[in-house]
Design a protein around this ligand. Structure first.
Ligand code: SF4
Ligand code: SF4
Length: 159
């Protein structure tokens, strides 16, 4: 390394240090301006950014109905097997034909990388990313969740 490069590196290092210290110095001398989030004290008022991806959820309405047909597109789209769709059959009262329905929607939160591919692949917009982020547990098996609520049914007209 030439002397010129050596001096230039020192100059750039000192310059970046001073730039960083300027920000630190500002907040050190203005204690009223808090820029950090006071977590967990702010739990009640904490609002995450809209784009934040905390976990996959199956959307249910107030009548415990969802839009999941059990088509498995999300399971196929997931790159690491975080979703398992166990489907069943039901007789359609209108046509008398046997139709596929979701039996159990298994989601392994511990494996999920929050890539959003499952959400994008769902043809009925049945799932979405929710913003919950406090997922710490002592027992890893608790991170395997069933997303369809007990007794829930598919909304009429969703195929
Ligand atoms: S967000 Fe990505 S990793 Fe997580 S379940 Fe969906 S597809 Fe799989
Ligand atoms: S969530 Fe969507 S993609 Fe996944 S099985 Fe249900 S309908 Fe298909």
């Amino acid at each position: 390394m030439g002397l010129k490069n050596y001096i230039s590196d020192i100059y750039n290092g000192v310059k970046s240090l001073i730039t960083g210290m300027k920000v630190t110095g500002h907040y050190f001398t203005h204690p009223g301006e808090i820029v950090t989030q006071q977590y967990p004290e702010n739990r009640d008022t904490l609002k995450m950014f809209e784009r934040f991806r905390g976990e996959v959820v199956l959307i249910h309405d107030e009548n415990n109905m969802h839009k999941c047909t059990g088509c498995s597109a999300c399971e196929l789209a997931c790159p690491n097997g975080s979703i398992e769709i166990i489907s069943g059959k039901e007789i359609d009262p209108e046509t008398g034909k046997s139709t596929k329905i979701i039996d159990t929607f298994v989601y392994h939160l511990s494996m999920c990388t929050f890539c959003n591919l499952c959400i994008l692949s769902c043809p009925t917009d049945a799932i979405k990313m929710a913003q919950g982020f406090e997922h710490s547990v002592f027992d890893r098996s608790k991170l395997t969740k069933v997303l369809n609520k007990p007794g829930s049914k598919i909304m009429p007209g969703i195929k």
